[in-house]
Write a protein that binds this ligand. Sequence first.
Ligand code: ADP
Ligand code: MG
Length: 616
Amino acid sequence: MADIIQLLPDHVANQIAAGEVVQRPASVVKELMENAIDAGASTIKLIIKDAGKTLVQVIDDGKGMSPTDARLSFERHATSKIRSADDLFQLHTKGFRGEALASIAAIAHVELKTKQENEDVGTCIEIEGSSIVSQEVIVTPKGTSIAVKNLFFNIPARRNFLKSNTVELRHVIDEFHRVALAHPSISFNLFNNGSETFNVPISNYRQRIVNIFGTKTNEKLVPVDEDTEVLQISGFVGKPEFAKKTRGEQYFFVNDRFIKSAYLNHAISSAFDGLLKGGTHPSYFLNLTVNPQTIDINIHPTKTEIKFDDEHTLYALLRSAVKHSLGQFNIAPVLDFERDATLDTPYSYKDNGGSTPKIEFDRNFNPFKETGSSGKQTTAFKTQSSNSWDSLYVGLESKGNDFQEDFGEVHFESEEQATSLFDDETQAEQVHATHQIHNKYIVSTIKSGMLVLDQHRAHQRILYEEFLQNMTVKEASSQQLLFPLQLHFTPQELVLIDQLKTDLEHTGFVFSNVSKEMVEITGVPVSVPESEVSIILEQLISDVENEVPDSHFSATDLLAKSMAKSLAIKTGQSLEKDEQEHLVNRLFACKEPNVSPTNRRTFITMSVDELDKKFI
Ligand code: ADP
Ligand code: MG
């Protein structure tokens, strides 16, 4: 038989390599910025169009390339950074594989302009899908500019795979943050569609963090410094009370390289043990310096995971360093802070954070009616206007209410019952008692047998329909705050809030000001306790950022979903009998009671027949 194995042509091999290196515009951002750093730049500009899909350009003032190097830089495995395998364990540069430019040039239109310091003229090379289109002598400043246009122009499948601009831009900004945080001694600019989004000058590490995440961050930072033989740790952790629901601000840098490590992350979380409210994550910005010989960076295509020789020791050192810093900060204000009243306050939530949320309800309250009660027994969770989180959940602890404790009867309202659950039953269905199991499910008897409902999903459905109704049909009612609420966000989070402002206003939010660093809120929807506002907005931002492009994004819908998710009764929460019954009743008054807003089943039923079968 004839031989069948052939060497792949270079441009095909490069395209395959590109699959590893370049997943999305943010990957290009990372590779180009890292090259600029390796070239010794002190100023790096990143220019983005259409979230990087149309253009990613990085301009640096580094050492530039000779005409021959400029040409060679696009060859695969062409690198100036290592010469032998041994060098892999002595790395002081970001790059070393010589793969990035070759990969990028295989799947985009690339224009490189570069000039070395002592030369009069530089080189311009244009390359498209691995073929050189032109190479010219040009006049250009010292340093290098690489423009990557029309990413994946020759691989439509990959191009279609890219997410919406919002999502891709989020990835680009994340990458920009990572590089900028690792290098405070370099100044960075980011221009997005022609406007400057970030301008971070050369500064110390604390200022760098503040320049990226906003001035309000300053007071949240607790310094961490530890110097041992095997490891130096420097940087900051966020004070526990500022811990976020999302894992956004968690950064490890090892020898100036951003890395992900679930193991080291665990070390930090365990140092925060007992200091955090449930479901929140601490922020941290930590630089670890280790001997390059004790790590292997070559285990992951994007080099974001590395292998440590002695992970256990690092874990222990990191945990104790963070614990130590938190301890110090707990006892006395750390000197390098501006005096801040919050520093002198001991953690109060340690004692009161565990109080059980409660629910109050009002039999006559109907959120779909403008005024007054209909006289019918329409049950609803009371959405009321007192100003604390407790307002939504009042009364769980106190047993002293006059709710019927016996297994009384609760009636479904026949005309609002939009479900086929009860078959041909048009008469009001009777629910005989409810029972909560594992603080998660509510079981109830129905005519045909038994109903089991997921309390969290059911309440999400109820709230979701309520919010949608408020936003689309009727004028939302708003409760005026006594004192305006000022919430600080990062600049890009504020861009999102600004985009959603009109929709938020329809739900009852009143904004008196949206600036570059904060929002001022003077009114909130009646169903939203003031203390939950920042959590709701944070959740919303994270939901918008993770929005999937083909989900027919509608801001209103997303907002309603997000708020329902934030405010719904959680799994694990114990409910009084009446609250259970009301949940059941309200769910079946919904338009689509069968599924949660995210399309998950809200309840199941089991008929007596099915039960009988189980006992055979
Ligand atoms: P690597 O960074 O792994 O060496 P790349 O494909 O990213 O591989 O780059 C190839 C080579 O091109 C680098 O080794 C470097 O010599 C040169 N180079 C790339 N970008 C720049 C830049 N911005 N300034 C100077 N030289 C650069
Ligand atoms: Mg590189």
